[in-house]
Design a protein around this ligand. Structure first.
Ligand SMILES: [Fe+2]
Length: 135
């Protein structure tokens, strides 16, 4: 069974953003499997670096849409992204500095953040973004 499976309750009703969320979820699964199978440092490092940069570009995409669409919760939402990016950077540094045997607690943190963020924070921008012509 996959570590993390997509569920329709995770949909934010913006197809492009759902697609990106699904890719992130797959990346997290890949990371989980690589760790479980005891894949080497290079492999884990590559997966962590790739997912961190994909996550950052996804968050910027969301921020761009929220800002362009005049979403009222933009600033608050952006703060949550900043917190997450900081966590991801710490995580990336740990891995790059040879502490590459990531703990299951850390993966759990990423998964929980992702689920909570999508269902409680991202879901609020759906109407603003879908009503907006900028897309
Ligand atoms: Fe978000």
């Amino acid at each position: 069974m996959a570590f993390f499976s997509w569920d329709t309750k995770y949909s934010v009703n913006v197809p492009d953003l759902d697609k990106e969320h699904k890719i992130l979820l797959e990346m997290l699964n890949e990371l989980h499997d690589a760790m479980k199978q005891g894949k080497g440092k290079e492999n884990i490092e590559r997966l962590v670096n790739n997912s961190a940069s994909y996550a950052k570009s996804h968050l910027s995409h969301e921020e761009r849409l929220m800002e362009q669409c005049g979403y009222p919760g933009f600033q608050e939402h952006k703060k949550q992204h900043e917190f997450f990016v900081q966590k991801v950077n710490e995580f990336k540094n740990d891995v790059n500095q040879n502490n590459y045997k990531l703990s299951s607690e850390l993966l759990k943190f990423l998964k929980d953040w992702f689920v909570n963020h999508i269902t409680m924070v991202d879901s609020k921008y759906s109407t603003s973004i879908n009503n907006c012509k900028v897309k």
